[in-house]
Design a protein around this ligand. Structure first.
Ligand code: MN
Length: 295
């Protein structure tokens, strides 16, 4: 049986920026607690055509923004106003409810927008916002790594998480190879952001990976070999399979259709999510909630 599953991501647009979405996709809704994975850009926006995402709510998740090129300004209902620059992470914990806006400050933009589902023990906790200006840098064979969340060897990311997680950005400027140890109780998702890579598992199974695809590895693997013949960049995300049912709709993560309908009604009624100050534009209303199936 093949141990590597391949999924085709979806292409779209968020706030004027082209995106490729690797999670959720048909057949794969989460990888550990990672439940949303957008690669936005790389793009050079025309002058005056910035990315603008007006105030919108979140529940039950953390948004994890990893900036690769350019700068964006984040504002939220806690009063945060934070510029996110290349090499930095914004972690916004929605808990029971938060709202925020995002706008670009540069014409050139590239980032990963990831969501982390919160477990029942913290999903109705207080909202909070944290900015991480520097992250541990790793040397992995011919790849330069950034430890986004979790631990690798003696290195530990300062980004906290409520469940066990690993997130790593790997980049090479020319042909490179690396062997990475994998925690056997984790499942894994790999997304190429640039270039083409080859993966090999210890049983000899190999797969190629190109931008726009998600490769999924079920738990049980202890080592992964990566190879690229030229410049490339990828994200490696992992965690133990998330044990609670997840229902994602619009910007909400919940457990049931009733919960999602209540989140949408509260937001549209202006209840429970606070207010973003300083953003010059309208807040985004939740569309009508379609019939949803319990997860
Ligand atoms: Mn958001």
């Amino acid at each position: 049986m093949a141990l590597i599953e391949r999924f085709t991501g979806k292409r779209g647009e968020v706030g004027g920026l082209p995106i490729s979405r690797a999670l959720p996709v048909v057949g794969r809704r989460s990888v550990g607690a990672w439940c949303f994975m957008d690669h936005a850009g790389p793009a050079t926006l025309a002058p005056g055509q910035g990315m603008r995402v007006g105030p919108h709510p979140h529940t039950g998740l953390q948004t994890f923004s990893w900036m690769i090129e350019g700068e964006i300004l984040h504002r939220d209902s806690l009063g945060s106003a934070q510029v996110l620059r290349a090499g930095q992470v914004n972690l916004m914990t929605a808990g029971r409810g938060i709202c925020h806006s995002e706008e670009s400050l540069t014409e050139r933009l590239q980032l990963a927008q990831l969501w982390i589902a919160l477990p029942d023990s913290s999903r109705f906790g207080p909202p909070r916002f944290e900015h991480f200006a520097t992250l541990p840098q790793l040397s992995l064979g011919g790849f330069a790594g950034t430890l986004l969340v979790g631990a690798h060897g003696d290195a530990r990311s300062p980004v906290p998480s409520d469940t066990e997680l690993l997130g790593m950005d790997l980049v090479c400027a020319a042909a490179a190879e690396a062997a990475l140890p994998l925690a056997a109780h984790f499942e894994w998702g790999l997304m190429a952001l640039e270039g083409e890579l080859t993966l090999q598992l210890d049983d000899g199974e190999t797969a190629s990976l190109q931008p726009g695809e998600l490769l999924y590895l079920a738990p049980g693997q202890t080592r992964l070999q990566l190879r690229s013949a030229a410049a490339a960049r990828l994200l490696l995300l992992g965690g133990p399979p998330f044990p609670e049912p997840l229902l994602l709709w619009w910007n909400f993560v919940g457990r049931s259709p009733d919960e999602i309908r209540r989140f949408a009604a509260d937001w549209n009624a202006g209840q429970g999510f606070g207010e973003v100050r300083g953003y010059d534009g309208e807040r985004l209303l939740a569309p009508e909630v379609p019939p949803l199936r319990a997860p």
